[in-house]
Design a protein around this ligand. Structure first.
Ligand SMILES: Cc1cc2nc3c(=O)[nH]c(=O)nc-3n(C[C@H](O)[C@H](O)[C@H](O)COP(=O)(O)OP(=O)(O)OC[C@H]3O[C@@H](n4cnc5c(N)ncnc54)[C@H](O)[C@@H]3O)c2cc1C
Length: 392
């Protein structure tokens, strides 16, 4: 017999390393002990208390991939995904705050920041500063590169003028990654990315949106009126902002996939418990096969969403191509979250329709998963482009 050595069996995607399990468990505990008691109040008051954000910094979940030397946890992108999932299981608003910080802002700086920018901003982002990411405008959403915000080159600084809309974390943030164009005639090749501090002259936060879901997460307009940004705060190269936007959003949408997995799981956990407690016709409703089959369907959808999301995150960490997988994860997980949260409201019957029970909030919170960081149609466009191997 030839000496055959069988290849080592690949681990299941959901198999966590010791470090990953410990980190996940710590965040799960934090979400249960510190976040859950505040969820309903945060939703009603439409704000996240600063003390809770500070607790996130203390836990080390605001600088997950930031290296040790800059005060971060020096962990992986996959860890960020685990954190976002665990937080979203309890509260999708806090999850998106942490998600934007890690997958968009820290990521953009880690990838494109100069050594000087990293040493100026990463320690702050790991310890006290919330970050925000500002691409969208009133007239440019899916067509993001039609943005109108202007950046005038004044030699040692740029002057930014325009408005940004829908900016997550804007109420709390100290640092904003802002996309503006140095020359609209150059189309997407004019788009440039800037690191804008809240205290820069000419920078203001505008109207805060009153939303259907993730109500505690702040979503505001930014008003830039000749906002003075030092030249050394250009992130990457002038005219290469479009690349930063595309590439950070490719990664960011894995985070939204994780948020949707968490929302679906959190809602399902409630549905599962309730189905075993609620008695009708003299027995728990979970005794009825129709309810059992529904729970089985929902569990399968959550599992599939998690596998797609973990796969995309693990591909990203290994340096493999993940664009198609990331878009598929967000597409599928956001649809699954819509279905799961809707069905859990039905499992609760009339009680599910009231604010006294937690499940209507999951139903409201999931909807944004099909809108931000690229709508469902935009994910389908990305996937189609990848599978057809051509530009749309
Ligand atoms: C709560 C919240 C938080 C957000 N946070 C941020 C943030 O932090 N930073 C940021 O920059 N932006 C943020 N956004 C903005 C978000 O990314 C945009 O809302 C999203 O990209 C969609 O853009 P739009 O709202 O202009 O919709 P539109 O682009 O006008 O789309 C409307 C509809 O038309 C469809 N559509 C458009 N073009 C096409 C096409 N070519 N083919 C097929 N269908 C098409 C869309 O799929 C959608 O269904 C946030 C939005 C929300 C709601």
């Amino acid at each position: 017999m030839a000496d055959t050595v069988s290849a080592p069996r690949s681990l299941p995607l959901t198999d966590l390393s010791e470090d990953e399990r410990m980190f996940r468990d710590q965040v799960r505990q934090f979400a249960e002990d510190e976040v859950r008691p505040l969820v309903s109040k945060m939703d009603q008051e439409a704000r996240i208390p600063r003390e809770l954000i500070d607790a996130c910094f203390e836990l080390g979940i605001m600088g997950i991939e930031i290296p040790d030397e800059h005060g971060g946890a020096g962990a992986t992108f996959f860890m960020s995904v685990l954190v976002v999932e665990e937080l979203a299981r309890v509260d999708a608003s806090l999850a998106v705050l942490v998600d934007v910080q890690n997958t968009l802002v820290n990521n953009a700086l880690l990838r494109w920041g100069t050594a000087d920018q990293k040493s100026r901003y990463l320690p702050a982002l790991a310890s006290k500063w919330v970050g925000a990411y500002a691409l969208s405008e009133a007239g440019s959403g899916s067509d993001a590169f039609a943005l109108a915000c202007r950046a005038h080159d004044r030699g040692d600084h740029f002057e930014l003028t325009g408005r940004k809309l829908w900016i997550t974390n804007a109420a709390e943030a100290d640092l904003f990654v802002v996309m503006a164009t140095v020359d609209p005639a150059r189309g997407y090749k004019g788009i440039t990315s800037f690191l804008v501090e809240r205290s820069f002259p000419g920078f203001q936060i505008g109207k805060k949106e009153d939303k259907l879901g993730i109500r505690a997460s702040s979503t505001c307009e930014l008003i830039l009126e000749g906002c003075r940004v030092p030249r050394e705060n250009v992130l990457g190269e002038v005219g290469k902002g479009y690349k930063i936007a595309i590439e950070t959003l490719n990664e960011g949408r894995i985070g939204i996939g994780a948020q949707m997995v968490g929302v679906a799981q959190g809602s399902y956990d409630h549905g599962m418990r309730y189905a075993q407690e609620r008695q009708q016709f003299g027995r728990p409703i979970a005794d009825f096969q129709a309810v059992q089959f529904l729970l089985a369907e929902l569990a399968t959808e959550i599992e599939a969403s998690r596998l797609l999301t973990y796969n995309a995150a693990r591909l990203r960490d290994t340096g493999a191509s993940f664009i198609k997988e990331a878009a598929m994860a967000k597409l599928f997980a956001s649809r699954a979250a819509e279905h799961v949260t809707s069905k859990v409201v039905e499992i609760y019957g009339g009680y599910g329709f009231t604010r006294e029970y937690p499940v209507e909030k999951y139903f409201r919170d999931q909807k944004v998963g099909q809108i931000y960081e690229g709508t469902t149609n935009m994910q389908l466009m990305v996937i189609a482009k990848q599978i057809l191997g051509k530009m749309q």
